[in-house]
Unconditional design. Structure first.
Length: 401
């Protein structure tokens, strides 16, 4: 689907939804009415709660400034729309869910989350193209990350979005889980290679969860068994935590029969202070390459100078939207200010594979004007073993709705 065609379809859908919202109050009755409201996005909902439609998107406009050692090549400053997405999601008779989200930033209408599901009291069964149940940082939406980009090991090892079927659920505020089977898929959710299958699962447990998440401890375990047959090939790689940077470490493609990915998660929130850490490993079944193992980890922490706490969503076991105590421009409000730091490292050398090692140090300051708008500034130092350093200054304006 071309950009123009995809955008036109989505805009027609949005126009129809807005028209329905405008007409609903006039056509409603006491038993069958609709309300149209803003809830960090535009939402149309029936009064009995059986039907709901939410539509919106996100815009992330990024500036990149770089200085690097000559050994790393000639690197240039730049600007990009990191993400430019539109989505529609909703429920039908409370039990059926759906979502259709497309990203236009890459020049075409790539699938992101496109799925349907069935809800029950014990969990939700979901079919389509969406993120596998793996990694706290991966499952935290890019809208809610404390840094512009995800850490080195999560980039390198997390399977992210693929097409398949899964089931997920929660038990109170203490426990949630997810399990699914996925085919490796392209940017449009297409897969026709039945020999590339992921079996992925995650559990998250909170031994401490108090005061609506103002005090919590999160423990998580993710695992994925990747099965490749008939001469399949793997590649693990990562770029510095700046999207316009080249990938300084990469295994290149090599023959393999499969791999086991493991991820240990730890996070906590204690008032305005929060922290998170993950350790990821990849054990690869590749006899010709010496059955290599690769690994990496990150440690990050932040603090809200204006007294907020980092919000957490128990249904997904991941961080959620920030809401400033005082909205910028409303009754003299200044918004919320967050400072954060992260150290991450990845080692892609193992067996006969020399993919390289890299360490990143990232510092961040984030200004949340309101729940839907923020300004982010990152400084990233990328230290590539045996090659040199690159320093990046990144700036992002973000609006999501």
């Amino acid at each position: 689907m071309r950009v123009a065609d995809g955008a036109a379809r989505l805009l027609r859908f949005a126009a129809a939804a807005l028209l329905l919202a405008a007409l609903a109050p006039a056509a409603s009755s006491a038993d069958d009415g609709f309300t149209f409201k803003w809830s960090n996005g535009f939402k149309l909902e029936s009064e009995d709660g059986d039907f709901a439609l939410k539509f919106g998107g996100r815009i992330q406009a990024d500036w990149t400034f770089v200085s690097a050692d000559a050994e790393l090549g000639e690197l240039e400053d730049g600007f990009e729309f990191r993400r430019a997405r539109l989505f529609f999601e909703g429920t039908i008779y409370k039990r059926v869910e759906f979502k259709a989200q497309y990203d236009f930033a890459g020049g075409d209408a790539d699938f992101k989350d496109v799925y349907v599901g069935i809800k029950s009291r014990w969990g939700t069964v979901r079919f389509g193209h969406y993120k596998e149940y793996f990694s706290l940082e991966e499952l935290t939406s890019s809208k809610y990350l404390a840094f512009l980009e995800r850490s080195l090991p999560v980039q390198a090892f997390s399977p992210s979005r693929n097409s398949g079927a899964g089931v997920h659920g929660k038990r109170g505020d203490a426990f949630n889980w997810g399990f699914g089977v996925f085919y490796d898929a392209d940017d449009f959710g297409f897969s026709q290679d039945e020999d590339r299958i992921d079996v992925t699962g995650r559990i998250a447990y909170r031994p401490l969860y108090e005061d609506g998440g103002k005090r919590l401890i999160h423990l998580g375990l993710s695992a994925s068994e990747k099965d490749l047959e008939d001469g399949g090939r793997f590649r693990f790689r990562a770029r510095p935590e700046a999207h316009l940077a080249p990938r300084f470490v990469s295994t290149g493609r090599f023959a393999a029969d499969g791999a086991t990915l493991l991820d240990l998660e730890l996070a906590g929130v204690f008032g305005p202070f929060w922290f998170a850490a993950e350790h990821l490993t990849a054990d690869v079944d590749a006899p010709a390459a010496g059955d290599p193992s690769f690994d990496g980890f990150y440690v990050q922490a932040g603090y809200y100078l204006t007294g907020e706490h980092r919000r957490y969503k128990t249904s997904s076991g991941a961080f959620d939207r920030q809401k400033p105590k005082r909205i910028f421009g409303k009754d003299g409000g200044k918004g919320a200010i967050e400072i954060a730091a992260r150290y991450s490292t990845v080692d892609l050398t193992g067996g006969a594979i020399a993919g390289g090692e890299q360490d990143d140090l990232t510092l961040a300051i984030n200004w949340y004007l309101n729940p839907a708008t923020r300004l982010m500034v990152n400084f990233v130092n990328a230290d590539v073993d045996g090659a040199g350093d690159a320093d990046y200054v990144l700036v992002r304006w973000q609006v999501d709705f």
